[in-house]
Ligand binder design. Structure first.
Ligand SMILES: Nc1ncnc2c1ncn2[C@@H]1O[C@H](COP(=O)(O)OP(=O)(O)O)[C@@H](O)[C@H]1O
Ligand SMILES: [Mg+2]
Length: 276
């Protein structure tokens, strides 16, 4: 069986001297909007002309491809199984990275359970491979699986920063806090930022952030900065249902504007100011 087919589309640029900024999109809890935020941020970066790679790190329940409406020929599960090389699993979206509005995706595979079952050394090797691949891009996003398992953390450790997505549900907040705490112990070099999603009002979103930041300050001794607040927006569901990215169909939707502000903060390398 040979899956070693290189995708058509633009060839990756030669490795850059400057490594990409690698962001893990994390949460602890599922269903808070990690995958939606990942695909939306990738679109924002691509629209700004950044060479962007989006990695579906949720190998067990992958759905980046579903949200983007793509049908990849190969995926990370095939890489993990040893059937294809990592860079052969790169799938171009809208023409791929380097094309205006296009970006690359490393798809996962739903139902494979591949990452959860991956032996420790293989997971570490995969993370190392991703770090090397990242050098061909300006910015890399890893849509992490829910949970705080060791393999989730091994992928998170490949990142420079983790954007932890939370909403005002108590379980989301406790799981986000748990992620921050475990990350602190497992990968202290990865700076956590907090993004509040599905806020009903700015004030409510701010309250969610403050509660998380205060818990981190009290029990972990540091205050993760705010990456931004994203309002609850019915257009998000509509975009997902039609398998289109929100900025491409509703650039003026509130959630698209809020996500774009987070993308800007990520590019600037600084989270949104503490005030406000
Ligand atoms: N800002 C938002 N406003 C409204 N609904 C949202 C928003 N963000 C996410 N959702 C909803 O949450 C659901 C779960 O999002 P998803 O990205 O799959 O979460 P996760 O990857 O964290 O499991 C989506 O199907 C979408 O309907
Ligand atoms: Mg997801």
């Amino acid at each position: 069986m040979s899956f070693a087919l290189r995708k058509s589309g633009p060839k990756p640029a030669p490795p850059r001297i400057e490594p990409a900024s690698i962001f893990a999109i994390a949460s602890g809890k599922g269903g808070v909007g990690k995958t939606w935020l990942s695909t939306t941020l990738a679109t924002c970066f691509a629209q700004q002309g950044k060479r962007t790679l989006l990695i579906d790190g949720d190998l067990g329940c992958a759905n980046v491809d579903v949200q983007l409406g793509i049908a990849p020929e190969t995926d990370l599960a095939a890489v993990v199984a040893g059937w294809v090389e990592l860079d052969d699993a790169v799938t171009p979206v809208n023409g791929g990275a380097g094309v205006d509005g296009g970006f690359d995706v490393l798809p996962g595979r739903s139902g494979s359970g591949a990452l959860a079952e991956l032996p420790k050394d293989d997971a570490a090797q995969l993370a190392a491979g991703l770090t090397t691949l990242a050098m061909q891009y300006d910015i890399v996003l890893i849509d992490l699986a829910a949970g705080i398992d060791a393999n989730v953390m091994r992928l998170a450790r490949a990142a420079d920063r983790a954007v932890i997505v939370a909403n005002d549900e108590p379980t989301s907040m406790t799981d986000a806090y748990a992620f921050i705490k475990v990350l602190r112990g497992y990968a202290p070099s990865v700076a956590p930022w907090i993004a509040v999603n599905m806020a009903d009002t700015r004030v409510a979103g701010r309250r969610t952030y403050e509660a998380l930041a205060r818990a981190s300050q009290t029990f972990l001794g540091f205050r993760p900065p705010l990456a931004g607040i994203i309002m609850r927006d019915s257009k998000v569901r509509e975009a997902i249902r039609t398998q289109k990215t929100l900025p491409s169909i509703y650039p003026d939707a509130q959630a698209a504007i809020d996500a774009a502000a987070i993308a800007d903060a990520m590019l600037r390398g600084g989270a949104i100011a503490e005030a406000g």
